[in-house]
Design a protein. Structure first.
Length: 396
């Protein structure tokens, strides 16, 4: 047979009417006919609900590599093959937002022919994001009354989805439960105060979680803090005194002045959330105004100030009241005052207490002619019973 005859015979071995390959020298099938990828190659603005999937109609997948590019970083996407090796899917079904995915797959079809395919797609870039401002700070050492609190910058309508994306754990282990205050605040605490030495870890997996229609989370981070020694101070407003206990043992009893009869101090358990060496206190900022709109008081250089509530209750040094007031009379606008000097001093009761305090310490007020502080006023969640606290979870 001549070369022309061989070529003519080879030409006849192309494909049949059904499109199947009928000869060893036929053209191989197109990669997109062998390896099916979803979302389709070149897709843009893919929503997070869309599934990423690589499959072959027959034969087997030999290798699948998926890489996610996001925030100038490339991250391999873990996944798994089905038992019959016809399908590959990622372990985490949810697509990341504002990301580019690259898929490289190699497969062998039912006739034993190898194909390779390379595809890309990009995901939806949301116009609105939410973040949670977290207390306490990373690596902080705090008192046993510290409550993990997240304040969101936008209203959360799908509270269950957001709650599931936040995990708080402790070593040694203890049950920790969440409670929502409205649509913007989520707190976590155990049933009782933390044990000294506990290590607490907070995992935020909020990135790309849809907290409200079209509003997605931005954070993906882990932080931790340590619980220090126990210090609980009980302020007896009627006796004008504060007993300080360290690890259950009496440390000192300090004379104080609490809220005057017309501006009493809240009862209940409050937690130190802020410590200021010096600050300015103006009554207008917390609702104590004169007819001209100015504050009933405006005191500069208030030393050793420790915030107890969001509404403005502080335990602080007082240099302007006569020394005979402390331990004998209640004259403040609702704060708890300890004797001090202008500029502050470690030798005064206020300075002594400030130097021995931590954010997260508990100050409990009793025998005041006022209501109990609200659980959402500062970190007042310890004033709520455990069953009521647990009922505040959005995950039922």
């Amino acid at each position: 047979m001549t070369w022309a005859g061989l070529l003519a015979g080879a030409t006849g071995c192309t494909s049949d009417d059904a499109g199947g390959i009928t000869g060893a020298f036929g053209a191989p099938p197109a990669p997109e006919d062998v390896i099916k990828v979803s979302p389709e190659d070149g897709s843009r603005g893919v929503r997070p609900g869309k599934k990423l999937r690589v499959r072959v109609p027959d034969g087997r997948l030999e290798k699948v590599k998926v890489v996610r590019s996001q925030d100038a970083q490339e991250t391999p996407v873990p996944g798994h093959l089905s038992a019959d090796r016809l399908t590959w899917e990622p372990d985490d079904q949810r697509l990341a937002l504002a990301a580019r995915y690259t898929i490289d797959a190699v497969a062998v079809d039912g006739d034993g022919r190898r194909s390779a395919r390379h595809t890309t797609f990009t995901t939806y870039v949301p116009g609105e994001r939410f973040i949670g401002y977290v207390a306490p700070e990373n690596r902080a050492t705090v008192g046993t009354g510290m409550i993990v609190s997240l304040e969101f910058n936008r209203k959360i309508t799908d509270r269950a989805a957001v709650e599931r994306a936040v995990r708080v754990t402790a070593r040694p282990a203890v049950e920790i439960r969440p409670h929502w205050f409205g649509r913007t605040r989520l707190d976590f605490r155990p049933e009782d105060y933390w044990k000294p030495g506990t290590q607490v870890t907070v995992d935020l997996r909020l990135r790309d979680v849809e907290g409200a229609p079209g509003v997605y989370g931005l954070q993906h981070k882990t932080f931790s803090f340590t619980v220090g020694r126990s210090q609980i101070s009980v302020v007896d407003a009627a006796a004008h005194s504060m007993e300080v206990r360290r690890d259950g043992e009496p440390l000192a009893t300090v004379p104080i002045t609490a809220g005057a009869p017309k501006t009493t101090t809240y009862n209940g358990k409050m937690v130190v959330t802020e410590m200021l060496d010096v600050t300015r206190m103006n009554g207008a900022t917390v609702g104590f105004k004169k007819r001209d709109g100015k504050g009933e008081y405006d005191i500069p250089d208030v030393p050793h100030a420790m915030r107890l509530t969001d509404s403005g209750t502080f335990l602080h040094g007082n240099y302007w009241a006569h020394h005979t007031v402390f331990g004998r009379a209640n004259v403040s606008h609702g704060c708890i005052g300890l004797r001090d000097v202008k500029g502050g001093s470690s030798d005064t009761p206020a300075g002594w207490f400030f130097d021995r305090s931590l954010i997260g310490d508990v100050v409990e007020v009793v025998n005041s002619n006022d209501k109990k502080v609200s659980p959402d006023n500062g970190l007042g969640g310890w004033n709520m019973g455990w069953n009521a606290w647990k009922a505040g979870s959005a995950v039922k």
